[in-house]
Design a protein around this ligand. Structure first.
Ligand SMILES: Nc1ncnc2c1ncn2[C@@H]1O[C@H](COP(=O)(O)OP(=O)(O)OP(=O)(O)O)[C@@H](O)[C@H]1O
Ligand SMILES: [Mg+2]
Length: 522
């Protein structure tokens, strides 16, 4: 059979069943097929839980298939682990980031392949220089000496991508590498992908963003519920047809946002400065108000202080100077739990570390902020039945694909983990929501659902602070846009007065333009 294989890569009739710790059975792949030609960019598409990551991890040697055959470079591919796959020329950037938090960017890039001198000693200075040069040549703005735990998710994604490129591979699998990248960063990545392609290399690219598919991919394969339901050349499909194929129905992300009358101020930030890494001032003397019934977005190139600002508002970081007030009460010194009690809810960007406990069950994850309060706890007794019912309701409302609520969250697909966190945070009784990348990793149907929910909440009089790398999301959802540049707010734009354009925001984001003091008051 191997003789009639024309493709560079061919995966035939792949099946895979997972068994979870509580013996639930999940059939992830039911005979999936994938054919990829050499020197192309091939998009693997499908809704959350369709089996994309599973199929790619089988190819990369991370998972074992149950049955099926793989041909690669004209030969049957049998690999036992990731290093064997790598030896065959297959590299992968994983959806779940795997960097070592306390290491520098350079150390992470060379981890496992560190060059040593004759005595086996690693010269860190030399490594940093080499990695810096590699960054410069590839035109990717990253600091080799930065410690990973100070980086945003977008910056970490860049490190993961650069790590894979640094190691080199003939076939590079990118599993949702752009879910937290800005458009500019995505363009930088696409430039690199094109260079890679010109060298005759092949890329498999997973994304939920259709524009990216149209922009970079040559061919596509669509999975649904573990089966291949479509394949072909990108040029033969319209955007609408691709969406229809992935989701089984047409979906548009356009939403109707009618301006509301301005409500009272719920949260105020006054002269706030925040430092990180010793004395480096990341947020410089910022002031703004969040009002009832308003979605305020913070736009900015990653690393301009957004992360530090949000962490200070939620109490994960102490400000150097300034105040945060909720309903005129000073909360600057409250711990996060106290802030939650004041009505603040938070969807963190770093869901895997801050947002969820992957080793705990779904039920534990969704009641983590309420288990100690009635009705979930009565006179010190946890009301298990009630907790379970509550968790089951969230699973059904948010369409989370999980065998049962006792299953641990770590076994879910990337997008389904995101749904768990969104469900938990949006079901809490809050007046102020800080939403960081609320649609990261979600498929189009779920994005639409989250957009409608956020809008509903805003219409009920809640206030939402939105931080996202997705410019369309900002323009679509927000009433007001604050642009951050080098730790300062450089623009305060009313999106209801007249629709703001991407280009306009872009000029402020890059520091080309800046409003005067009167304009900044809004
Ligand atoms: N380790 C695991 N244990 C049990 N079930 C798993 C495990 N990993 C994945 N699954 C299940 O297999 C199915 C396919 O998951 P997979 O991660 O391949 O989906 P995906 O297409 O990558 O989705 P997403 O877009 O959300 O990343 C899902 O139902 C998921 O819950
Ligand atoms: Mg996945």
């Amino acid at each position: 059979m191997g003789n009639n294989v024309k493709s560079y890569l061919e995966m035939r009739e792949i099946t895979k069943t997972y068994r979870t710790y509580d013996h639930a059975v999940v059939v992830a792949l039911k005979g999936a097929n994938l054919r990829v030609r050499k020197g192309t960019v091939h998009a693997v598409l499908g809704e959350n839980g369709a089996g994309k990551t599973t199929l790619m991890e089988i190819l990369a040697g991370v998972l074992k298939k149950d049955s099926g055959t793989i041909y690669f470079k004209g030969q049957k591919l049998e690999v036992e682990n990731a290093s064997q796959a790598f030896a065959q020329g297959i590299g992968m950037v994983h959806q779940r980031l795997s960097l070592i938090e306390d290491f520098t960017v350079a150390e992470n890039i060379v981890l496992g392949i560190e060059p040593t001198n004759r005595l086996g000693i690693i010269n860190l200075e030399q490594i940093e220089k080499k990695v810096s040069k590699f960054f410069q040549e590839s035109g990717f703005a990253l600091e080799a000496s930065g410690i990973v735990n100070t980086l945003s998710i977008g910056q970490r994604q860049k490190v993961e991508i650069m790590r894979a490129l640094y190691r080199g591979a003939d076939l590079l699998i990118l599993d949702e590498p752009t879910s937290a990248l800005t458009e500019q960063e995505v363009q930088d990545l696409f430039r690199l992908i094109n260079v890679f392609k010109k060298q005759g290399k092949t890329i498999i690219f997973i994304t939920h963003k259709i524009e990216e598919v149209l922009d970079i991919a040559d061919e596509l394969t669509v999975l649904r519920k573990g089966r291949t339901i479509g394949e072909g050349q990108i040029k033969d499909f319209s955007k609408k047809e691709i969406i229809q194929m992935i989701m089984g129905e047409p979906i548009s992300l356009r939403i109707e946002r009618i301006p509301l009358r301005k409500g009272k101020i719920l949260l105020s930030v006054r002269d706030l400065s925040v430092s990180s890494n010793g004395n480096l001032e990341r947020v410089k003397n910022i002031s703004f108000d969040l009002k009832e019934g308003e979605i305020t977005a913070i736009a900015g190139v990653s690393g301009n202080g957004q992360k530090e600002l949000v962490e200070a508002i939620f109490g994960l970081r102490l400000p150097a100077t300034g105040k945060i007030l909720v309903n005129s009460k000073d909360i600057t010194n409250l711990l996060p739990r106290g802030r939650r009690e004041m009505g603040i809810s938070y969807i963190p960007e770093d869901r895997m570390n801050l947002g969820s406990s992957l080793k705990s069950s779904l039920m534990e994850n969704v009641i983590v902020d309420k288990y100690y309060k009635p009705p979930f706890s009565e006179r010190g007794w946890r009301q298990i039945d009630l907790c379970k019912k509550y968790a089951e309701k969230l699973v059904s409302n948010y369409n989370i694909k999980i065998p049962d609520v006792d299953c641990c969250v770590g076994t879910l697909s990337g997008g389904n983990i995101q749904r768990v966190i969104i469900a938990r945070e949006l079901t809490t009784d809050f007046t102020i929501l800080i939403a960081q990348e609320p649609t990261m990793g979600l498929d189009l149907g779920s994005i639409k659902y989250v957009y409608n929910l956020l809008l509903e909440m805003r219409n009920e009089g809640k206030t939402i602070l939105l931080l996202t790398s997705d410019m369309d999301e900002i323009i679509n959802l927000s009433d007001r846009i604050l642009v951050m540049y080098r730790g300062e707010i450089v623009a305060n734009l009313d999106n209801n007065l007249k629709p703001i354009t991407k280009e306009e925001i872009g000029e402020y984001m890059l520091g080309i333009k800046r409003q005067n003091h009167i304009e900044l008051l809004g």
